[in-house]
Design a protein around this ligand. Structure first.
Ligand code: ATP
Ligand code: MG
Ligand code: MG
Ligand code: MG
Length: 469
């Protein structure tokens, strides 16, 4: 059986052997892009290399990149615990060509890695290409020997990648595995594509155009390659399990949770174990990269992730801080590949302990209020925005925590009512301060708050600025 650590090195070694420079993961907080909340793909650290602004001493690179998709355009937070394939934090394995090789070698390298090194059965695999990308279709036919029904043409933006409204762009080709008819789901492009049967594990992006302005696209003189494979998904495939959460790494983390809780995951509670394991990774890696819980920006996303995990720990009956006790297992599992975890271990532990201790005071009260307020609600109904706001304002419940808590019962939150309650409170605060003699500072402060949208961080407006792969 290949463990996660072994799969990561197989990928890195394979591309190194084929002339790729092994480049370390960049931090989760992007250095070169203030509009992007978190690094969400392998190509992020190479954006300027692709556009030609920055030169590197190599034209091929390979990375295992730490990614977080819990905010902005790519937000998988609500998927965690519900799908078998999504995490907030995950590792994206990628190979890159900066104007060096293009489609033929990219497809050949990918095909050989997947079928020879990883040994996947070719007959279980299928691919998508962009609707008009005849080159890619021809190459898949030739290199993989696929018949046309295994090369699915997709005309949506899912198969066309753009760095932004302008700049490099091009078609993608994604590799899927058919995990068997005992799982529900249909091939990409079909109405059942969200099922688990057909699993996407690798996306190859062919950067071959430059968008000059809307409607004006020219061919790049030296096209580039950008790919992303989810390490956790490949681990699930190679270990013969149908969920990322059943792989070696996640089993260790979930065992550690079970040890704290005193019983193994079963039935409906399983989701809580998974959420805790996932959020432990995201929280720890974010702290290691310098993010601390706060009420705005990146820090608020971290706080939301931590508090969601804490609610699930509470659901499992944890009385004392639990997250902090899981840190040693995570460091043991991932510290060798990511030494920053080892270096930051005590900071991570302290941060979790503090946040858990603080939140515990209000979590229990908040949950009982939530219980009382929703007791008479049934599926399809919604919790009043006023109550959601009280939970937010007085008990520290981020809006998405309340929504997540009610999701399994099919109850929603009146978000308009929530915003209205928030606005009323702001207006009241403003009125209470008028004439205090500090008008100038106040105006500045409320002006700022108005512009930045109060303390709840609802995501950067990053249309177009984020990466797909
Ligand atoms: P999906 O359609 O399953 O949400 P995606 O198309 O959004 O995936 P890409 O942006 O193409 O994903 O990212 C490249 C690869 O990274 C994916 O093929 C997948 O293997 C992996 N990946 C993407 N999002 C996640 C996630 N939230 N958790 C784990 N792996 C992920
Ligand atoms: Mg996605
Ligand atoms: Mg996809
Ligand atoms: Mg994809």
């Amino acid at each position: 059986m290949s463990g996660v650590n072994e799969i990561r090195s197989t990928f890195l070694d394979y591309f190194a052997k084929h002339g790729h420079e092994a480049v370390p993961s960049s931090p989760l907080v992007p250095r070169n892009d203030p509009t992007l909340m978190f690094t969400n793909a392998g190509m992020v650290q190479f954006k300027n290399v692709f556009t030609g602004v920055e030169k590197r001493p190599y034209q091929r690179a390979v990375t295992a990149q730490k990614c977080v998709r819990a905010g902005g355009k790519h937000n998988d937070l609500d998927n965690v615990g519900y799908t078998a394939r999504h995490h907030t934090f995950f590792e994206m394995l990628g190979n890159f060509s900066f104007g060096d090789y293009f489609k033929p070698l990219a497809i050949e390298l990918a095909w050989n890695l997947v079928t020879k090194e990883f040994g996947l059965s070719p007959e279980k695999l299928l691919v998508t290409v962009y609707a008009d990308d005849d080159d890619a279709a021809t190459l898949w036919r030739k290199i993989a020997g696929f018949s046309d029904d295994r090369i699915i043409r997709i005309g949506t933006s899912d198969n066309f990648w753009q760095m932004g409204d302008t700049g490099p762009c091009g078609p993608c080709s994604e590799i899927f595995i058919d995990q068997g008819p005992e799982l529900w789901g249909g091939p990409p492009g079909s109405p059942e594509e969200d099922g688990d049967r057909f699993l996407e594990f690798w996306n190859l992006v062919f950067m071959q155009y430059e968008q000059i302005e809307p409607g004006n696209r020219v061919g790049l003189p030296r096209p580039s390659i950008d790919t992303g494979m989810g390490l956790e998904r490949m681990a699930a495939i190679l270990q013969g399990v149908k969920s990322n959460y059943d792989t070696d790494l996640f089993r260790s983390l979930i065992d550690a949770v079970a040890h704290q809780v005193g019983r193994a995951p079963e039935g409906r509670e399983t989701a809580s174990y998974r959420v805790i394991a996932d959020h432990l990774r995201a929280s720890s890696f974010l702290v290691a990269d310098g993010v601390l819980p706060s009420n705005e920006g990146r820090g608020y996303v971290l706080r939301r992730i931590m508090r969601r995990a804490m609610r699930h720990a509470q659901l499992l009956g944890a009385r004392d801080p639990m997250m902090v006790r899981l840190v040693p297992t995570l460091v043991r599992e991932m510290g060798q590949a990511y030494p920053e975890l080892v270096r930051a271990e005590s900071l991570i532990a302290e941060t979790l302990r503090l946040e858990e201790t603080r939140f515990r005071r209000t979590l229990e009260r908040g949950l009982s209020i939530l219980d009382a307020e929703t007791r008479d609600l049934s599926e399809g109904e919604s919790l009043s925005g006023e109550t959601a706001f009280t939970l937010y304002d007085t008990y520290g419940f981020p809006l998405d925590l309340t929504q997540d808590a009610l999701k399994s019962r099919g109850i929603t939150v009146d978000t308009d009512g929530f915003s209205a309650a928030m606005e009323r409170q702001r207006a009241a605060a403003r009125a209470a301060w008028s004439g205090s003699g500090e008008a100038a500072t106040e105006t500045l402060w409320y002006g700022l708050r108005e512009r930045t949208g109060a303390t709840e961080f609802l995501g950067y407006d990053t249309e177009g600025a984020e990466a797909v792969v």
